[in-house]
Design a protein. Structure first.
Length: 276
């Protein structure tokens, strides 16, 4: 029901803001490389862990029956059919270097969040603590940007760009951490770059999706992203009038493309490794 979705969206906003404040305000004291994950460049900061712990605790308190899936390893199976998919710091490398483009992404999804193509977001929020704003949406409710100081007030409504020409499109993309994946991504870019206006590598997939939703880039394409990078931004893009697709159906590891309706298929074809 609408009331239930409104409540979930409100909670996404509240949790993303709480973690956003934590990571921003504690950064000067705690930033540092805690450990590496898949490769030497794939880092986890102390604050990734603390932010995930905070989200985990707040979700357990507010919604004890829901599942939780987090980037840093939280994995709770619920009984309600809803799963919270959380990225405690998206844009960890920016965070480490103090580049103001990192986010906390919090979403509620239905289906099996652990299986690609088997889940859909119903509500989500992406907090951008450097700018003191939060972007949020729920199914059927539009996509919005609100100020951190007044998250309940009427915000700014988001809508995707109307650009329909690849040659005039500003694209955002991102890279994985694995050197072989990066080599393939560089090869795809070799074909893409001469055909578009320009490319941005913002450094946070959640913020890339928000940029598409607000029309400050025309499209986003990346291969290899995870559910927690995608979940909140997906519903925000769709509620801003955009389309999110994957290589052969739902967005996922192989390829995720987000854009306005006119541009999504040309961008998808351009980034599909099968076409190179
Ligand atoms: C990464 C960022 C980056 C994207 C990578 C993600 P993390 O997430 O979103 O922009 O290119 O694919 O893994 O590691 O900063 O949470």
């Amino acid at each position: 029901s609408t009331a239930r979705l409104e409540e979930l969206e409100r909670l996404c906003v509240e949790l993303a803001l709480a973690s956003g404040r934590l990571i921003r305000d504690e950064r000067p004291r705690h930033v540092g490389v805690a450990a590496t994950k898949s490769t030497d460049t794939d880092i986890v900061t102390v604050m990734d862990q603390r932010s995930e712990e905070l989200l985990h605790r707040l979700i357990r308190e507010a919604r004890p029956e829901d599942g939780i899936l987090g980037e840093e390893g939280v994995d709770v199976t619920g009984t309600s059919g809803l799963t919270w998919v959380i990225d405690p710091i998206d844009g960890t490398v920016n965070y480490l270097y103090d580049i103001p483009a990192y986010a906390v992404s919090v979403a509620v999804v239905t289906g099996d969040a652990r299986s690609e193509g088997q889940w859909r977001p119903v509500a989500g929020a992406v907090a951008d603590p450097s700018l003191s704003v939060v972007h949020h949406a729920r199914r059927g409710g539009g996509a919005w940007t609100s100020r951190e100081s007044a998250p309940g007030a009427e915000g700014r409504r988001l809508s995707v760009s109307t650009q329909d020409r690849l040659g005039r499109a500003l694209l955002a993309t991102g890279f994985g951490y694995d050197p072989e994946v990066r080599a393939r991504q560089a090869e795809v870019l070799r074909a893409v770059l001469p055909r578009v206006r320009d490319i941005r590598r913002i450094g946070s997939a959640a913020l890339d999706l928000v940029r598409v939703a607000e029309g400050s880039v025309d499209a986003y394409a990346e291969s290899g992203i995870n559910a927690w990078d995608l979940a909140a931004g997906w519903v925000i893009v769709e509620e801003a009038g955009g389309v999110v697709v994957g290589r052969a159906g739902p967005p996922g590891k192989a390829l995720t493309v987000a854009a306005g309706p006119a541009l999504v298929e040309p961008v998808r074809a351009l980034f599909d490794p099968a076409t190179h």
